[in-house]
Design a protein. Structure first.
Lengths: 195, 434
């Protein structure tokens, strides 16, 4: 594979997810994502998914996004996907009572992390779209409106130019969530408050 | 390009720790955008390209084939809406079996959309752009069309309903609104505004199976909301002000791609003089949540001219309409609470009068939104740099290649005319005699 790609990634911590059915709908949609998707199916998938996430815009609490062009794009995509998918490796050890205890003690607020990742052909129409959508003044990088705009972006892509895409919900259990304590650890230090 | 499965699942998880999926596209297209030397030349020859006349042009000497380069809309009107689309069907997303009234009888009015959505007041008819709705004159398009009810449109509708109530407070007959939102959301917001304002649609293209602009979604959303528009039109007074409805996707970023059909277009609005003749003194320009407080490029000249002519143009983001987290009523308030909601007018006209002529309340205006700081400022855009004639909106030219498609006779027998040129769009040979 050549180096000519653009990486686009968005991760958002949604708070109080248990108050509505947003998480359950996202879970169902991801689960229903077929093993093979045509271009029009791919676009429909993202259109539905991003619409659900943006419904929860008032619950956007912390977030991170990135647009990286050039030789580091592919590596960035692989880093993100391997780190998130690597969460599965420690599943048996981390699901014990101690973790639950931490959750209960740390906060009443629970969070779910939603992540979108894309690897797009650099210079393609989809790359142009990403460039236009991410052309945001630095002072507005962490506003709720910006994250809404970024979340809405995948539905605008021409997926013929998209090499790879990924979506994750973490944790996966619909009744489980990350605590404020969790988000305060160094593991999630890159997530910044959304204004 | 086939629409067969191209993304294959490479990872999936559905467990307590993680729910996720990752796909890989094994037939990704790697076309880059190329210099449009041919189309640039055409644009120079074609002047404004404001007419629908087709232009014929021999290609460069180094290209042995002849091509027809034409305005996308004119080509569709001549050859059919899906020209060159092959067997690709419209990709309608979030279809609904019923329209907004819950009826399954929506099919009976599809062919009459252009007539049914025309504003009734004579004064507004000249500014109605029925182009998109006229596409339903094409039988094969009608056969594919279904109502679309998008989840995002529901949010836009709710926000727009709250905003329209605010703007319509008082007489408000000297106000006009411009909704510049993604197609389906624009239609949904227009449906909300239609209780107080006359929708004047400005959708100036036709859908295409491989169109750059997803106009079919806009069209299908209009089909969904048609009963609402008819209901409100029957109740609305003829002197109510207009809401001009635009599709913000009309300028979707695009570079040459032989597999896409460039159905982008420019917005058309009344001139400052026309607006003043309609009694308009103030305009609210409404954009989607998350958009920067700036007008789209093709409106910069107009908005600057409006201000110069004494028309106020002010920006509102639908994102400024929020629910109040402290209440459970799910109502949208400007600023996110009932307290900020009542400060809408004082904030937009802190030292003036309300639109009903009464003095504005003396409360401190809200200055928290960047929307409030917006004023039209002339800036360099791909459109304004080409404006000629000295009058905004007159003689405006599209940039090179904008809204153009190139049809090429592939002299190989019976195949889609895959072009070696960028910006071309293939079609079957055999039915073409250029």
């Amino acid at each position: 594979m050549s180096d000519d790609y653009t990486f686009f990634g968005v991760q958002i911590a949604l708070r109080d997810f248990q108050k509505d059915d947003v998480r359950a709908r996202l879970h169902a949609l991801i689960r229903e994502g077929s093993e093979a998707q045509a271009l029009h199916e791919k676009r429909a998938f993202w259109k539905r998914l991003t619409a659900i996430v943006n419904e929860a815009a008032p619950a956007f609490e912390r977030g991170h996004w990135d647009l990286i062009r050039g030789s580091k794009a592919e590596g960035e995509f692989e880093t993100w996907t391997s780190e998130i998918e690597g969460a599965l490796a420690s599943e048996p050890e981390e699901m014990g009572a101690a973790t639950d205890e931490v959750h209960r003690l740390s906060s009443e607020r629970y969070y779910v992390l939603v992540t979108f990742l894309f690897l797009v052909v650099e210079g393609s129409n989809s790359d142009l779209t990403l460039g236009e959508r991410c052309d945001i003044p630095e002072k507005a990088w962490r506003t709720r409106e910006t994250f809404q705009r970024l979340v809405a972006t995948p539905a605008l892509l021409n997926f013929a130019n998209v090499r790879a895409d990924a979506v994750y919900l973490l944790p996966g259990n619909d009744s489980d969530g990350l605590s404020t304590f969790d988000l305060a650890t160094a593991d999630y230090a890159y997530l910044e408050p959304i204004d | 390009v086939s629409d067969a499965a191209e993304f294959l699942l490479k990872f999936s998880a559905d467990g307590d720790e993680l729910v996720g999926a990752r796909w890989w596209n094994y037939s990704v297209r790697v076309e880059r955008h190329f210099p449009r030397r041919d189309l640039a030349k055409l644009a120079l020859v074609g002047g404004g390209l404001a007419t629908a006349a087709l232009l014929y042009l021999a290609l460069d000497d180094d290209d042995p084939d002849e091509a027809e380069i034409a305005e996308a809309l004119a080509l569709q009107q001549r050859e059919g809406w899906d020209i060159g689309g092959g067997t690709t069907a419209l990709n309608l997303v979030e279809t609904s079996p019923v329209d907004v009234a819950g009826s399954t009888e929506w099919g009976r009015d599809v062919a009459r959309l252009a007539t049914l959505l025309e504003p009734r007041p004579l004064r507004l008819k000249p500014y109605y752009v029925s182009t998109l709705f006229q596409s339903t004159s094409q039988r094969t398009l009608r056969e594919q069309l279904r109502p679309v009810h998008a989840a995002s449109a529901d949010v836009a509708h709710a926000r727009a309903a709250a905003l329209s109530e605010l703007i319509a407070e008082g007489a408000a007959n000297d106000v006009a609104v411009i909704l510049d939102l993604p197609g389906e959301e624009a239609v949904a917001a227009a449906a909300a505004f239609s209780r107080h304002f006359w929708p004047v649609f400005g959708f100036g293209n036709w859908p295409h199976p491989r169109g750059v602009v997803d106009s079919h979604q806009t069209l299908a959303a209009a089909l969904y909301y048609l009963p609402r528009f008819q209901e409100t039109a029957a109740q609305l007074g003829p002197d109510r002000p207009p809401v001009f409805v635009l599709d913000a996707a009309r300028l979707t970023p695009y570079a040459d791609d032989p597999n896409q059909f460039d159905n982008r277009y420019l917005a058309k609005l009344p001139s400052a003089e026309n607006l003043q003749a309609l009694g308009v003194k103030r305009l609210f320009y409404v954009r989607a949540a998350g958009t920067e407080p700036v007008e789209l490029d093709d409106l910069n000249d107009e908005f600057v001219a409006f201000e110069a002519a004494g028309l106020e143009v002010r920006f509102v983001s639908l994102g400024d309409l929020k629910t109040d987290e402290r209440t459970a009523d799910n109502r949208y308030y400007w600023g996110g609470s009932p307290y900020s909601h009542v400060l809408f007018w004082p904030s937009y006209r802190p030292y003036g009068t309300g639109f009903d002529g009464r003095p504005a309340p003396s409360t401190q205006p809200v200055r928290a939104f960047r929307s409030l700081d917006y004023r039209p400022v002339r800036r360099e855009t791909q459109f304004s740099s080409r404006t000629v004639g000295g009058i905004a909106g007159v003689g405006k030219q599209k940039p090179s290649g904008f809204g153009l498609v190139s049809l090429r006779q592939d002299r190989s027998v019976g195949s889609v005319g895959a072009s070696r040129r960028s910006g071309s769009f293939g079609r079957f040979t055999g039915s073409y005699s250029g």
